[in-house]
Design a protein around this ligand. Structure first.
Ligand code: FAD
Length: 531
């Protein structure tokens, strides 16, 4: 029992590693061959390239103003006058905020047009090929999550209304969550995209550069194999890997174009807020106080941090941070028999069952903190509840927002998750699981599956045990906060393009759908800008 308690707290609290956000000052990722326009764009430290735009007095004055972190001072007429003059707007300069699944694609696609000068601004560290030689490139995403600086160490979230807040994982640094995710590669229901009016989704899927590779049977763990035996509809997972090695969004889309003279990547530079002249975006303010002027801002900081940036920017578009979703999940913890235990470093997830509206996801091991345990997770892939929120905890850009997923506020989701857990328990009753599972635990106190006698007891359990699926989504939803092209409603020169803008959460794991979204909107923007 002690082991189980330790296990659950270890899993729940896996994110105590990593440095704090905003360490050191701004740093530049040195891009090969970037001696031309991008160098001139960076030397003034303002991401622009047009002489005079990054007026020294602006850049050196603003930190003094902002260091007070005082909205009253920020709104001072002198500050407004400095930023409001339209000749400070750097024409043709786009700032993309966040170098994750979406941001890497957007920066690559927009910079393909020499008319755009793109600066990709990322809160976390850069990513080079040798970073993938270790845990980040390996089969075990839990080990990737343990790599310092690659997640937001202090980000917490409440899963069910009134429940406790605990760590919520988001990737940080170039590659974003694609650098630490479980690599499961799914496209989702084409009909769902059609109902959103995304008739160009098929073209966008075709442009995606991420590889999809089936998990190799030789690397499957005991839980994978038991699931394949127990469920006729179990399948080998498709993973965003090549030759068994993780391929991040940075490698797929950004690295191949880093030599473009009109593309600069700025790392270790958290964006505080967007600056406006009236209702027109004219630049971003970095957490260190520096201003990066631009005539176009694309927020791609993810479903937690994009709304937080908009809230700090005091935009008055209704709905920002409201409607946050994730796939509600329920974990059944498997104590594995000797000989069936997976080892840290090995493939954590190699199979899955898609059984609409659920996904059953096995884990062959739970990392180095919990030897001898695995998991069978039930996830609700079409949740109805929309009462999740992202709210500011502080005006300080280095303080993560309050996140409340309110996962079971809709009674239909409770009923669907209960039915899913029932199906998971049936899977676990198969002989293939008997062979490898010593005991199934449902909490940190050593309560076993025998406590899940009927729907009432399952419901009581899921209300306490409900977890997320690390698929935060829809907190700046299309149709409410942004229009069909991702433009922030009520403003000019600012768009949002990341998992926050899905009209509702996709019915699959969100990395590939987010990539498709970024391909889709980038193409629309380029088409609209074409002469
Ligand atoms: C542990 C884990 C496992 C997952 N497993 C899977 C899976 O197996 N399959 C799947 O399909 N999906 C999975 N996902 C979900 C998927 O990876 C995400 O939905 C997707 O990557 C989101 O893309 P995004 O572009 O919206 O955000 P992200 O990729 O998270 O990128 C956001 C970027 O913005 C940066 N940023 C944030 N704030 C600021 C700021 N203020 N200034 C500048 N930059 C900022 C961040 O550092 C980050 O690099 C997983 C996610 C996690 C965390």
């Amino acid at each position: 029992m002690v082991a189980v308690k330790w296990l659950v707290s270890a899993v729940a609290g896996r994110c105590t590693v990593g440095a704090t956000l905003g360490r050191a000052g701004p740093a530049w990722l040195i891009c090969p061959g970037q001696a031309g326009g991008a160098a001139s764009a960076t030397e003034d430290g303002a991401g622009g390239g047009k002489p005079g735009l990054a007026n020294v007095s602006v850049v050196s004055f603003i930190p003094l103003v902002v260091s007070a972190r005082n909205q009253r001072v920020l709104n001072h007429p002198f500050y407004a006058a400095l930023m409001a003059s339209s000749d400070r707007v750097d024409e043709g300069a786009t700032v993309v905020v966040g170098a994750g699944s979406a941001g890497c694609v957007i920066a690559a696609r927009l910079s393909a047009d020499p008319a755009h000068r793109v600066t990709l601004v990322e809160a976390g560290p850069g990513l080079v090929a040798s970073d993938l030689d270790g845990a980040l490139g390996g089969a075990d995403f839990l080990a990737a999550l343990d790599v310092p600086n690659r997640t937001f160490p202090s980000l917490m979230a409440t899963r069910a209304t009134g429940g406790p807040a605990s760590v919520y994982r988001r990737g940080r640094g170039v590659g974003g969550s694609s650098t630490v995710n479980a690599m499961v590669a799914l496209h989702g229901d084409p009909e769902l995209y059609r109902t959103w009016g995304w008739d160009d989704a098929t073209e966008a899927w075709a442009r995606i550069e991420l590889p999809e590779e089936l998990a190799d049977e030789s690397e499957l763990g005991a839980v994978d194999c038991a699931l394949l035996d127990a469920a006729p509809d179990a399948e080998l997972a498709r993973l965003t890997r090549r030759d068994g090695r993780r391929v991040t969004s940075a490698e797929a889309s950004l690295w191949p174009v880093l030599d473009r003279s009109n593309l600069a990547v700025r790392v270790d530079s958290a964006v505080d807020r967007v600056l406006f002249d009236g209702r027109r975006a004219i630049g971003v303010l970095l957490a260190g106080g520096e201003v990066v002027p631009a005539d176009r801002i694309v927020l791609a900081a993810g479903a937690i941090h994009s709304p937080a940036i908009l809230l700090r920017s005091k935009v008055d578009t209704p709905g920002v941070g409201i409607g946050l979703q994730d796939h509600a999940s329920a974990p059944l913890t498997l104590q594995l028999r000797e000989g069936a235990t997976g080892a840290p470093g090995e493939l954590a997830i190699g199979t899955l069952v898609r059984r609409d509206p659920w996904q059953f996801l096995p884990m062959n091991h739970l990392g180095q903190d919990a030897p001898g345990f695995g998991l069978l997770m039930t996830a609700l892939m079409r949740p109805r509840g929309r009462s999740g929120t992202v709210r500011l905890a502080s005006e300080d850009p280095l303080v993560d927002p309050h996140v409340d997923f309110a996962l079971l506020d809709d009674p239909r989701d409770v009923a669907a998750l209960v039915a899913g857990v029932r199906a998971a328990l049936e899977l676990l009753a198969a002989p293939s699981f008997d062979e490898i599972v010593e005991e199934v635990y449902i909490d940190a106190f050593g309560t076993t599956r025998s406590a899940l006698r009927d729907d009432d007891s399952i419901e009581r359990w899921v209300r306490n045990a409900v977890g997320d699926y690390v698929h935060a989504s829809s907190s700046c939803a299309m149709g409410t906060v942004v229009d069909d092209d991702g433009r922030l409603i009520g403003y000019e020169g600012i768009s949002v393009c990341d998992a926050s803008v899905f009209p509702s959460i996709p019915d699959v794991n969100t990395h590939l759908p987010t990539t498709m979204l970024a391909e889709r909107l980038s193409a629309r923007w380029l088409r609209a800008a074409a002469p």
